[in-house]
Design a protein around this ligand. Sequence first.
Ligand SMILES: Nc1ncnc2c1ncn2[C@@H]1O[C@H](COP(=O)(O)OP(=O)(O)OP(=O)(O)O)[C@@H](O)[C@H]1O
Length: 359
Amino acid sequence: MSESSPHLVVRGVSKRYGPTTVLDHIDLTIRRGELVTLLGPSGCGKTTLLRAIAGLAQPDTGKVELAGRDITHVPPHKRNVGVVFQSYALFPHLTVAGNVAFGLKVRGMARREIDVAVDRALSLVKLGHLASRRISALSGGQQQRVALARAIAVEPDVLLFDEALSALDRKLREEMQVELRRLLQEVKATAIFVTHDQDEALTMSDRVAVMNKGRIEQLAEPRELYLRPASLFALNFVGLSTRISGTVLSADNGKVDVETKVGRLSALGNFQAGSPVIVAARPEQLRIGGEDETNSASGRVRSVVFQGSRTLVEVDAGAGESLLAELSGRDGAIPGVHDEIRLSWPVAETFAFPMEAQA
Ligand SMILES: Nc1ncnc2c1ncn2[C@@H]1O[C@H](COP(=O)(O)OP(=O)(O)OP(=O)(O)O)[C@@H](O)[C@H]1O
């Protein structure tokens, strides 16, 4: 099967728990070797979707196909799916090698082959030197690697990660994100991550599925998701933004002029005159100063937050509206709190979203 052909197909999967619809007709197609993240707030159905793929939750309707096989009714241990949990779920009384070998023994693999597979998996996660160590004598990060080695060793058709890095401290988690992505690419694994951490999703994934209330709101590459969010929910969930409410005055060919409390703004979007909308732009699009052919608004600086490579400046634009600008050292002087400033930003990077869809 080629790398671009569908490898995992979820078709029309729904799941209810009592009166609550947890998954609402989910369609998701993942290519062989692709890393996809399910990103969304607590309770949106990420884990349930992962469990439906693993066979740990039975969908009420719909189908799951893996490597060309309908696995909707196949029990979990016969799906050839690897799962890595946040809790690692390791056997504390076994050694590192014993944990990695466990799944291979269960499959009845010969001793010699098991040794080769365990060595390979442990060297991939750089734990070969700790093969005979007890699990209880490992750090959290090392235990996480053992869990990963154990999942990789059985060469599953798809690897599922449920908040797998959440228990690690921030620095280690960031290192593991980069390392895990490199490793999964090296073994050409097809993988799905569940996370509510947007940075993790952007770092790890070929594509990100933003979930909301049991539905996939947007499935896109990280860059596209950030630069072209399909909904206000996706905009709010990934990255920061300036958002101003208003009413569409006129519309012309994918562009709208919007009356707002901070003045007239132009944005990309298709709406009828009179529609209530939210006009939004990413903070790095806002610059100090006012230029022609751009959107602009002014106000008094409310806060200045230095974050190393960038500085976030929040401006009170009056009438309950605020502007958020991300300035870098290259942008010249950073204003101080209470300064009166004017900010401008390009119309081509300003988007209008329906007001009623606000998350
Ligand atoms: N076995 C179950 N029985 C009843 N309700 C359940 C069950 N499993 C999940 N739910 C409910 O389904 C909804 C979605 O849960 P799910 O764990 O899929 O969300 P999530 O997006 O993974 O959230 P989190 O990030 O908090 O783990 C929640 O409201 C949850 O309470």
